[in-house]
Design a binder for this molecule. Structure first.
Ligand code: F6P
Length: 362
């Protein structure tokens, strides 16, 4: 059986571990052959697409060394939706029939699509056209309700926590207030987990709109108790009460790019803090690169294994998911259900509050 495998949407640590898991199990257990498709659907829209490697058949030896590597050996793209494909002429077209034709021309009998909600939506529509698709969820944001965790999240939290440790040292040396903006889009999981792991004094989440006054009160309270510095984690989707997340750019047909949340909060704090200096660091894409954590390597490898098994069992139109401690599968419809968000009344928020962390709604 010939299987296509691709990675779509933003990259995240652990993609290569999924590819390795699926290819190794698929070859060893099921006798599959794997075509690695370059840059998400771009490699199926145009079979001659080369950027920089092109589509290629993957042997076990090709995936053996990639377990600890960040990024994706197959490349990825946010701009390869076959239903809304913008060609070199800048015109948007539906090229899904061409994709089906190329899938058949290559002799493929199934596709393993590793991606986020955008990729799962495309996978579902291709499945409806007759392609046999199995999905694997990925995102550092951890915002898919169908799975307890997505791989990449743990690594991103590790990077952000390491940054907070460093920021605390310099904030304490200079008696400064430093804000650290982290990724996550409309979900505050990275901010909450890194904030707790990194001992932040305030954590601003998209799910809990903030006011400036309680954050100022927290900073002043620390100063009054002999700790004249504070570290504040700001999720990129954080918003003031009555305001919106700070949008850098609207992307036609895609998700808006967020940026500026920490800057807005810093500008709100500064007039209230007298001589205390305020600084800001935006972690950005550093959270998406690097070697996956042990947790992400294990989860990604398990996802790859189970995706290959789903193909062998011909259980198409499904996505692998973690329901601790098991890997299960859900339909692509379920996968596309309500997104997951931080529960403002949840236990981790409560633990943080018990430790004195301000969320700006006090
Ligand atoms: O969804 C993953 C993510 O890293 C978000 O946390 C972030 O807002 C976005 O992607 C950044 O996207 P891009 O790589 O297109 O700038």
């Amino acid at each position: 059986m010939k299987i296509g495998i691709m990675t779509g949407g933003g990259d995240c640590p652990g993609l290569n571990a999924v590819i390795r898991g699926a290819v190794k199990v698929g070859i060893r257990r099921h006798g599959f052959e794997f075509l690695g498709i370059e840059d998400a659907f771009n490699g199926l829209i145009d079979l001659d697409y080369r950027s920089p490697m092109g589509n290629r058949w993957l042997a076990a030896k090709d995936v053996q060394p990639i377990l600890p590597r960040g990024g994706t050996i197959l490349g990825t793209s946010n701009k390869s939706d076959p239903f809304r494909f913008v060609g070199k002429d800048g015109v948007e077209r539906d090229v899904s029939a061409q994709v089906m034709e190329n899938y058949e021309k290559m002799g493929l009998e199934a596709l393993i699509s590793i991606g986020g909600d955008g990729s799962m939506g495309i996978a579902k529509r291709m499945q409806d056209l007759g392609m046999n698709v199995v999905g694997v969820p990925k995102t550092i944001d951890n915002d898919l309700a169908a799975t307890d965790y997505t791989f990449g999240f743990d690594t991103a939290v590790g990077v952000a926590t390491d940054a907070l440790d460093r920021i605390r040292d310099t904030a304490a040396s200079h008696d400064r207030v430093i804000l650290v903006e982290v990724m996550g889009r409309d979900a505050g999981f990275i901010a909450l987990h890194a904030g707790v792991a990194g001992g932040a004094h305030a954590i601003l989440l998209p799910e809990i709109p903030y006011r400036i006054e309680p954050i100022v009160a927290r900073i002043n309270d620390r100063r009054d108790r002999g700790m004249p510095f504070s570290v504040i984690v700001v999720a990129e989707g954080a918003k003031p009460v009555g305001g919106e997340s700070s949008i850098l750019e609207h992307v036609p047909g895609g998700m808006a790019r967020l940026a500026g949340a920490a800057q807005i909060c810093a500008a709100g704090l500064e007039p209230h803090l007298g001589d205390t200096e305020v600084r800001m660091t935006v972690l950005g894409h550093v959270q998406r690169g690097g070697s996956p954590s042990n947790f992400d390597r294990v989860l990604a490898t398990r996802f790859g294994h189970h995706a290959a098994d789903l193909v062998a069992e011909k259980r198409f139109g499904r996505m692998v998911a973690l329901r601790t401690p098991d890997i299960v599968s859900v339909t692509l419809e379920e996968a596309l259900g309500a997104p997951k968000r931080v529960d403002p009344a949840g236990q981790l928020v409560e633990t943080a509050r018990a430790l004195g962390v301000a969320f700006g709604d006090e």
